[in-house]
Design a protein around this ligand. Sequence first.
Ligand SMILES: O=P(O)(O)OC[C@H]1O[C@H](OP(=O)(O)OP(=O)(O)O)[C@H](O)[C@@H]1O
Ligand SMILES: O=C(O)c1cc(=O)[nH]c(=O)[nH]1
Length: 212
Amino acid sequence: MRTETKIAKDLLSIGAVFLRPGEPFTWASGIRSPIYCDNRIILSHPAVRREVEAALAALVKERYPGCGLLAGTSTAGIAHAAYVSEILGLPMCYVRGAAKDHGRGNRIEGRAEPGAKVVVIEDLISTGGSVLEVVDALRQAGCEVLGIASIFTYGLEKGVKRLADAGVQNASLSCYDALLAAAVEEGVIAREDVPRLERFRQNPQDGGWMSL
Ligand SMILES: O=P(O)(O)OC[C@H]1O[C@H](OP(=O)(O)OP(=O)(O)O)[C@H](O)[C@@H]1O
Ligand SMILES: O=C(O)c1cc(=O)[nH]c(=O)[nH]1
């Protein structure tokens, strides 16, 4: 089975995927969505967690062989960065949403020296806004960002374009198409729900999916 399908099925098996078209979720970007994928739940399921962390470690090794440092995004990426750094024997740091207003005033916690070759570990990409802020902070610190390794991406046009414009590559374990296919196969969503969910992905901002 392909990794994207296996991980999608793992997420469904632990109840990490929520469908609520009648009462849309509000995403970090403000987008109102019929679906929410809560990868934080992976942490509560050791068997799935082991699989996800092993797959993320393999992805980092294969796609970013020169990686010398892993950077977790706050907050959902931090635990995954920690697990993967343990598997690969790499140092890790994490990047706060904003610099602390006390203590040492850090935005980046742990060591991220100028010239370090960094891979950012993110749990999920929607519009890419959150992960790009992390990339910017690392670049400002003088690090070389090799790319992002993430568990899931919606593949939204806006997110893909933003990452390309910023010159950052992303590799994800799974994606929206794989999730929808697995969810139909497993009976988690009805085939009739798919057009609405695909319409949402094509134009998440306009709310047109709500009237389908
Ligand atoms: O690609 P984007 O449009 O930026 O959205 C994705 C981001 O949203 C979620 O984080 P959230 O802001 O919910 O915070 P958390 O990581 O602290 O849970 C998720 O973990 C990503 O970081
Ligand atoms: O865009 C988001 O905020 C978001 C979407 C999603 O499905 N899951 C998540 O954790 N965040």
